[in-house]
Design a protein around this ligand. Structure first.
Ligand code: ADP
Length: 162
């Protein structure tokens, strides 16, 4: 059974993330969306809120072979704990590549058994990031079509209260 882990901050989970997740769910038998629970990144949404938004998205999209979880510590340890041998990441621009290249080197150093696969962002979402969503939402712009519809109201209200 091929198992992959899709890790990220997902602060919040966007349509771009969903795109990558659907591709991964097509390719792997089982995919774990792993929400990074680190305070170092100063997320706007709590870990529980981010997990809950992902849970609702998986349900709404009927992704039967997708699970979710929280992790802190090393990603390779989380991957081992769910028997995953692949890490899934998305690539937008060349700036993502630089970063991903470094992370891949670190993960290979830590665990030879884990390999990373990358999905290119669809052109329609290549500009989309969680930061954009937060910026737009904070200033009252519409986030429709940028995040899964099932989370739109929650995200909008939550950012407006910031
Ligand atoms: P991290 O803090 O680990 O970079 P993110 O939540 O920002 O977490 O992103 C998780 C993964 O999803 C990363 O591999 C990132 O490149 C990818 N990603 C983010 N936005 C998009 C998008 N619009 N299209 C495709 N991949 C994306």
């Amino acid at each position: 059974m091929k198992i992959g882990v899709y890790p990220g901050s997902f602060d919040p989970f966007t349509i771009g993330h969903l795109d990558v997740l659907k591709s991964a769910a097509d390719l792997f038998d089982l995919v774990y969306v792993a929400v990074l629970n680190n305070s170092g990144k100063n997320p706007v949404f709590t870990a529980q809120e981010r997990v809950e938004m992902i849970r609702k998205t998986i349900e709404a999209e009927q992704l039967g072979n997708v699970r979710y979880g929280l992790f802190d510590g090393l990603l390779v340890d989380y991957a081992a704990s769910v028997n995953a041998t692949f890490i899934i990441r998305g690539l937008r621009a060349i700036t993502d590549f630089e970063y991903e290249f470094q992370i891949d080197a670190v993960n290979r150093h830590l665990s030879e058994g884990v390999r990373t696969v990358y999905f290119m962002a669809s052109p329609a979402h290549s500009f989309l990031s969680s930061s954009n969503v937060k910026e737009i939402g904070r200033y009252g712009g519409t986030i429709e079509g940028l995040v899964p519809a099932c989370n739109e109201y929650f995200i909008r209200e939550r950012l407006a209260r910031q």
